[in-house]
Design a protein around this ligand. Sequence first.
Ligand code: NAP
Length: 338
Amino acid sequence: MRVRRVSVGVGVIGAGNIGQDHIRRLSRVVVGSQVVAVSDVDAERARKVAETVPGARVHASGHDLIADPEVDAIVVATWGPSHEEFVLAAIACDKPVFCEKPLAPTADACVRIMDAEIASGKKMVQVGFMRRFDKGYRAMKATLAAGNLGAPLMVHCAHRGPRAPSTMSGEMLITDSAIHELDLMRWLLGEELTAATVLCPRPTSSQPELQSPQLVLLESTSGVLIDVEVFVNCSYGYNIRCELVGDLGTVALGNGDGVVVRHAGQRAGHVPADWIERFADAYDAEMRAWIDSVATSRAVGPSSWDGYAATAVATACLASLASGQRAPVQMQPRPAFY
Ligand code: NAP
């Protein structure tokens, strides 16, 4: 990989919600990066977004963008089924790539990406599991590592969002939402997940056609049990919870760093509107880490293996959602490369 200017020249494929947010972040927040090219299947959207970044050019396709000699590194922010082709093309072009979650929707596609990366001889992929960069989760991991809580026994999680688009399906509660917990629990506990059971209570009265909420029960290699409430249309706001129960104590995410107001006999605090607000700092930190890793050629952050493992666990969750039965996670052994 050749970085020719002081800053890393980034090309962004996919100028939708998260693509635009990453473009803003790479242009205005992260030091040492410059968005030099944008591409989207909607050429007009790509043009409008590129206009917000001085000097950024528009490419007709993601593959043209990857081949652009001004592009040092790639962000893939298209929809999941197209991630594999762009990540493979970036690796073939010897350019580091940040790929939004999921790395790919099937475990086989993730294996093809790992095979290409291993053949290249160096780590070139970071997956967009930004919660690993959240201060609260990092403090939980550090607390667990300090040992005072003893061995972890259980983790209770909730992943709530205010409303779901009409295009959302029951499967997407797993592949789009719970996938963050599937990665985060592996990272927090430092071990793999071995089985999944998905249970479905009655749906909401406002959106009865959508199977939300769901309860996802995960098992880890050492026998930790994890429950995740996934509730994407809870109405009241975006609310993420996580409490780890150990032998000797517990550690939980705080309520965020907002203020609590006590007035007229009431106590009130703010609930974030969405994931962009709740994890703004984490997104900034993940992009800083990625740009630093590109500039120093030292990969950090969630790897292709992590992307593969999360997709493998999601596949087990989907099998359980369909069958109503406990489903084992099918995973190949971790390659020494990772
Ligand atoms: P989005 O708003 O639909 O944006 C995706 C963009 O990519 C759209 O403009 C889409 O065009 C375009 N696109 C689709 N296929 C393409 C292709 N082959 N080549 C070029 N452009 C293409 O979706 P989003 O919400 O930004 O999500 C994008 C990805 O980020 C997804 O994988 C999602 O899971 C992930 N994501 C991650 C987080 C996180 O917290 N880490 C949060 C949100 C999203 P059309 O609309 O015309 O199809």
